[in-house]
Design a binder for this molecule. Structure first.
Ligand code: GLN
Length: 385
């Protein structure tokens, strides 16, 4: 086919197809157990599905308000107060989005300008840096500690400058499953004390934290809440990743800028789903016990791989578990992940792709948001390797 124009200068020359798409496709091609892309394989609540249907039948099929259905924004305000003691005005400080990724992209577009620096901790979820680059900003990478994926604050202090516009936080952390501690929060408070740095906090796994630990949100801290845009995802909380619905909260001045971009980016998010989730969230039981359910799944997976040669530290949050295969092979992780899929029929995500500089720790990420039998089948295979 002929192409016009003959040459386009790519705005993202180094970006290919996301690793999630690549590995899920490979899993399909080889009929492998797919623990790569993070999505649950168990059913969605019938009640929630019925509620979407109910609202469609009731005629809620045209554009909802630009910032989202008010009933849902009000419900979120209640949740933010109950969970984090934070007061958000549903009118001006909460916006419903077409998923977490759209919220992150729009937040970056709305606040980062040409030449601004954004601190990103690696390994980092793959959508952050491209958004910063498209906004004309410059990602500044700080590597998390190899031992436990905690933040190296000495490094952060070294790179913060008057050009720093934003620090991107992700807790619970994808891909490592680490969570930030009270000490991290205090460091963040110190570092942002005398400047205008914005915090963009990706907290989409807020309800998935294990072993009695607590998720710490930027919203809990008076010193941080007024400079933070915080992103959440119904996909993660209600196992509806394909419904692509999430939200962002933040102070009025930042939210006003966010909405200026949002209205021309997607204008608004799916209406019937918003009405349905607003009803469904009236019962807090529907989202408060998610950690327990996922902890069970994590533990099933951990015991299923216990006798294997993979080494691990149990994930503290998210629905991802890292496995270190250095006792099995010294192949790089992309090759090993591909071979594991093609030869052994278990698909995972190589963690090196989440780094800016090639870092080879010989670890793979496995998603345990799966039915027990899927996890046992994967465990059985991994134990034989
Ligand atoms: N968040 C999902 C993961 O980490 C992937 C979403 C996507 O495919 N873009 O696996």
């Amino acid at each position: 086919m002929l192409h016009y124009p003959n040459s386009i200068s790519s705005k993202l020359p180094k970006v290919g197809t996301t690793i999630f798409t690549v590995m899920s496709k490979l899993a399909q091609d080889y009929n492998a157990v797919n623990l790569s892309q993070g999505f649950p394989d168990f059913p969605v609540s019938e009640e929630l599905i019925d509620l979407v249907y109910k609202h469609m039948k009731a005629g809620k099929n045209q554009y909802p308000p630009m910032a989202g259905v008010m009933a849902l924004r009000e419900t979120i305000a209640v949740k933010m107060e109950k969970a984090y003691g934070a007061k958000y005005d549903p009118e001006a400080e909460i916006t419903i989005t077409a998923g977490g990724t759209q919220a992150i992209f729009t937040a970056i577009m709305a606040t980062v300008s040409e030449g601004d620096e954004v601190i990103i901790f690696t390994p980092a979820y793959d959508c952050y840096a491209p958004a910063v680059e498209l906004a004309g900003g410059k990602p500044v990478y700080v590597q998390l500690k190899n031992s436990d994926y905690s933040i190296d604050w000495k490094q952060v202090k070294k790179v913060v400058s008057r050009h720093t516009k934003m620090i991107l936080i992700n807790t619970p952390h994808n891909p490592s499953g680490a969570i930030i501690s009270e000490k991290d929060i205090q460091e963040l408070i110190k570092i942002t004390k005398d400047n205008d740095i914005i915090i963009l906090s990706d907290e989409v796994y807020e309800h998935i934290v294990f072993d009695g630990e607590q998720h710490l949100s930027m919203a809990q801290y008076p010193e941080l809440i007024n400079r933070s845009l915080i992103v959440y995802s119904f996909g993660k909380t209600f196992h509806i990743t394909g419904w692509k619905t999430g939200y962002i909260v933040g102070p009025e001045n930042l939210m006003a800028e966010f909405r200026k971009v949002h209205q021309y980016n997607v204008f608004t998010a799916n209406g019937p789903i918003q009405y349905a989730i607003a009803d469904y969230m009236q019962n807090a039981e529907n989202y408060l016990h998610i950690s327990e359910q996922y902890q069970k799944r994590r533990n099933i997976f951990l015991s299923a791989v216990k006798a294997s040669r993979f080494k691990l530290k149990p994930a503290k949050g998210t629905y991802f578990q890292l496995l270190d295969y250095s006792a099995i092979s010294d192949e790089d992780d992309i090759d090993f992940a591909k071979r594991l899929t093609a030869e052994f029929k278990v698909a995972s995500i190589p963690v090196s792709v989440f780094y800016h500089n090639p870092v080879q720790n010989h670890v793979l990420r496995f998603c345990f948001a799966k039915e027990e039998e899927t996890l046992l089948r994967a465990g059985e295979i991994l134990t034989k390797i």
